[in-house]
Ligand binder design. Structure first.
Ligand code: HEM
Length: 134
């Protein structure tokens, strides 16, 4: 892999998410790890699951050795255009909608939490009332 400093857009990099065509974004750099899939000691599955996103945390969490970091240079194919990653992050709002949904179901649960003890109390009084008559 030639190490030209091409600037890649996030969407373009994210398309390379297959075992036979796998690109990773780590620390602002783009790597084409396709030739490394079979040889990666951590397996090809983890590399695949790190595509389509900034894989810096995934890579760092494993605590890769210095020799692993040297190895990366072989697969370097350019830099990521950081502004295109930010553009992706701005698409997150659907999560907020989900959050709002959670809030309304939270409200429903709170009402239930209030009603259920009242029902039990009412039931207890009713039972007591009828057993007294006997
Ligand atoms: C160009 C990118 C990468 C290179 C060159 C690379 C290289 C290596 C190497 C050489 C090892 C052996 C241990 C070591 O020397 O640290 C390793 C282990 C491992 N790698 Fe990667 N890696 C890359 C990306 C990733 C990514 C994105 C993940 C995602 C989580 C990952 C997950 C792992 C795991 C889980 C192991 C541990 C395997 C074990 O100890 O059982 N690697 N990697």
């Amino acid at each position: 892999m030639a190490s030209d400093s091409k600037i890649h857009k996030f969407d373009e990099v994210a398309k390379h998410n297959k075992a036979k065509d796998c690109w990773l974004i780590i620390s602002g750099k783009v790597y084409d790890v396709t030739p490394f899939m079979d040889d990666h000691p951590g397996g090809d599955e983890v590399l695949l699951s790190s595509t389509g996103k900034d894989a810096t945390n995934d890579f760092e969490d494993v605590g890769h050795s210095d020799s692993a970091r040297e190895m990366m240079e072989k697969y370097y194919i350019g830099e990521i255009d950081a502004s295109t990653i930010l553009a992706k992050r701005n698409h997150i709002p659907p999560k907020q909608a989900a959050y709002n949904r959670d809030k309304s179901s939270d409200f429903f649960i709170k009402i239930l939490q209030f009603l259920v003890p009242l029902l039990i109390l009412g039931l207890a009084y009713a039972v007591r009332h009828f057993t007294k008559k006997d």
